[in-house]
Design a protein around this ligand. Sequence first.
Ligand SMILES: CC(C)(COP(=O)(O)OP(=O)(O)OC[C@H]1O[C@@H](n2cnc3c(N)ncnc32)[C@H](O)[C@@H]1OP(=O)(O)O)[C@@H](O)C(=O)NCCC(=O)NCCS
Length: 156
Amino acid sequence: MDNEIYGICYSEQTHIIRPQHMNSQGRLFGGQLMLWIDEIAGIAARRYCRGNVTTACVDGLNFIDAAHFNDTVTLTAGVTFVGRTSMEVTVLTYTEKIDGTRKLINEAHLVEVALDKDEHPAEVPAFIPSTPEAQEEYEKGRLRYELRKERRLAGI
Ligand SMILES: CC(C)(COP(=O)(O)OP(=O)(O)OC[C@H]1O[C@@H](n2cnc3c(N)ncnc32)[C@H](O)[C@@H]1OP(=O)(O)O)[C@@H](O)C(=O)NCCC(=O)NCCS
């Protein structure tokens, strides 16, 4: 998945890994990355529904590779599926070395729920995938949405 596939509500954040972002093994601290992921997912969802949102679920947060001191870290986020009041935001995180080499280090799917003024779930606009790739991601998002629902109903 890349920027073109996301189309609307695409967000990007870039950071340089500094000492305050590291864990005691000299790698990027996972909790720090999770903070950035949660933040950018919220931004993409707010842009989509043009309202306030809250994170209901962080689904499939996969740490694929490590990031190190002085790496440039780029997060990209886009809405991949919407239900009635929820939006699935997919966040991909890459590292970029000084020589420009880019590597995917994390993939996550977050469920953001739109909230009305009373903080109750609010309906969101329908999602119309604009490219065949977006359609493919949408179908995967639908499958994840159904699986999450089944898990919740089963209480697991
Ligand atoms: C998220 C929250 C608003 C949902 O409220 P609720 O009364 O359970 O509402 P509903 O059951 O109608 O669910 C609303 C939507 O969220 C989805 N949802 C709720 N809980 C979910 C979960 N654990 N995982 C995935 N999706 C979830 C539902 O599928 C539904 O989506 P849909 O309308 O697109 O089908 C409520 O649970 C909440 O406020 N949670 C705390 C969120 C928070 O504070 N986050 C920040 C963490 S510090």
